[in-house]
Design a binder for this molecule. Structure first.
Ligand SMILES: *Cc1c(COP(=O)(O)O)cnc(C)c1O
Length: 476
């Protein structure tokens, strides 16, 4: 090794020396020793690799000790933070699967604290004084809200699909239109879930057109279920034909076969009343006489991750008795948050105001614009770090496998800096506390205002205020 490199490596302080230093600092004194030691070891290792691999003419002649201390300090601050954390969604994608889909309504959070922080009657029947079922708590409410005869909650909608097919069609055939063999979010693929459930896929029709007669021709003694899958995250345009759910139900029942619809997002209110594209509601689907509808709790419903199974009493009972249900059951926190969210739907205006996903979706553009202007005004009077903010029209997306073609009019802040490229600012925002997830569009950095929650605003202002001076302090 060359002299310069070994000289620098020898200047690296030891773990114990650094440990002593950081244990004497007010900002890190309270950290668990184990965590501190680990961070210091990792940091030294990173430095060592950097010195070994760096181009010789780019290396300093002496180690910059204060820079090293600052770097370790920065990593210690990061190590104290939870890995799973709140972020500000400025992407304009409302139900963003990567960002946790639906933020919960405040009443649901209150229920989480109460049911989670104390004992509860999760599986205890308070009237009879004996063992009860966790599956009983929400059934009445779901019946009232949707008209369903029976209901079951599982871990998520993928679990609901798997459970329904396993219960009704293991070892037999499920007929589904070729145009509906969806993949959602990269990991939910209908053919794969079906294979895991033990059912055999029988595709009918073509990609763009499937008729009732295609289903009819595929019927055989092997047939167990007729399945319809909602085209959640795509549309087939041009010359198309889909079998209406009511026709499929009539055919199924004529042959004594259950009909199942995977609704995907599953909406309880008619969105067309708010000027949005019509999504079939859960109640409308059930009115066709379909035996089961399946949908997610955290998409348009706006609650916690869950899979809701609604429909025929006898069939739901069969699902409940399947041992697989034990493996897919929801925990008490899910049930608590879901119950609180569903209760809001007893009063639709209240639901739209209190469920963040619905509030964001139905906010008038004028209100989004007002908020954007306010933000720009506040930022322009406070930013001294060279950031330039402007306003521009934007289009928000619903995401989460709902209304794939709908572009919601929105407003965005455009953020720029004479010396920092947009992608660089975008990366800095991701590293902020809390992280801000922005959108890059043709080399412009945009912060969509529609998906900002009311409490995000002042945090966003402070993140932007502190973005660059802090950024220049870090090593690496
Ligand atoms: C989203 C979706 C699923 C998967 O639901 P999860 O709750 O994410 O498991 C299944 N089917 C359809 C049609 C969907 O849109």
């Amino acid at each position: 090794m060359d002299i310069k490199r070994s000289h620098l490596l020898r200047q690296l302080p030891g773990v114990n020396e650094l440990l002593q230093y950081f244990e004497s600092q007010a900002s890190s004194r309270h950290l668990p020793r184990k965590l501190m030691t680990q961070v210091i070891r990792d940091s030294l290792e990173t430095q060592r690799r950097h010195l070994l691999a760096g181009a010789l003419d780019r290396l300093p002649s002496d180690l910059n000790r204060s820079e090293l201390l600052q770097y370790i300090h920065h990593r210690l601050v990061q190590a104290q933070r939870s890995r799973l954390c709140r972020v500000i969604n400025a992407t304009g994608v409302i139900i963003h699967t990567n960002l946790g889909r639906s933020p919960l309504p405040a009443v649901a959070l209150e229920r989480l604290l109460e049911v989670g922080g104390y004992y509860s009657n999760l599986e205890y029947d308070l009237d009879a004084g004996c063992r009860g079922s966790r599956h009983d708590h929400l059934e009445g409410l779901l019946r009232d809200l949707t008209g369903a005869a029976a209901a079951l909650i599982v871990n998520n909608n993928a679990a609901a699909v798997m459970l329904a097919l396993n219960t009704l069609a293991q070892g037999r055939e499920v007929i589904v239109s070729r145009g509906q063999l969806v993949e959602i979010g990269g990991s939910f693929r209908m053919p794969e879930i079906m294979a895991m459930s033990g059912a055999r896929l029988r595709e009918v029709g073509t990609t763009n057109k499937t008729y009732l007669r295609d289903f009819e021709a595929a019927l055989s003694p092997e047939t167990a279920v007729l399945l319809k899958v909602h085209m959640s995250n795509y549309r087939i345009l041009g010359f198309t034909h889909e079998v209406p759910l009511a026709d499929l139900v009539a055919l199924g029942h004529q042959h004594g076969l259950p009909v199942v619809e995977d609704l995907g997002s599953g909406c309880l209110i008619d969105l067309s009343r708010y000027g949005l594209e019509k999504e079939p509601t859960v109640t409308e689907a059930l009115k066709t006489g379909v035996d089961l509808v399946l949908f997610s709790g955290d998409k348009l419903l706006g609650g916690p991750q869950a899979g809701l199974v609604l429909g025929d009493q006898a069939i739901v009972e069969r699902l409940k008795r399947n041992p697989l249900t034990r493996a897919l059951r929801p925990d008490k926190l899910t049930l608590a948050a879901l119950e609180a969210t569903l209760r809001l739907y007893l009063d639709e205006p209240r639901a739209v105001a209190a469920i963040p996903t619905l509030w964001i979706l139905t906010r008038p553009l004028a209100e989004v614009k007002r908020q954007a202007q306010n933000l720009v005004r506040r930022l322009r009077s406070r930013l001294i770090n060279g950031l330039q903010v402007g306003l521009c029209p934007s289009l928000a997306r619903v995401g989460g496998g709902a209304l794939p073609q709908l572009a919601l009019p929105s407003q965005a802040l455009s953020v720029a800096h004479p010396e920092w490229a947009a992608h660089h600012l975008e990366a800095r925002l991701r590293q902020a506390n809390p992280p801000v997830i922005a959108r890059l569009e043709q080399d412009r950095l945009l912060l969509d205002v529609r998906t900002l929650l009311p409490e995000d605003q002042h945090l966003l202002v402070s993140v932007l205020e502190n973005l660059l001076p802090a950024a220049k302090n870090h090593l690496s």
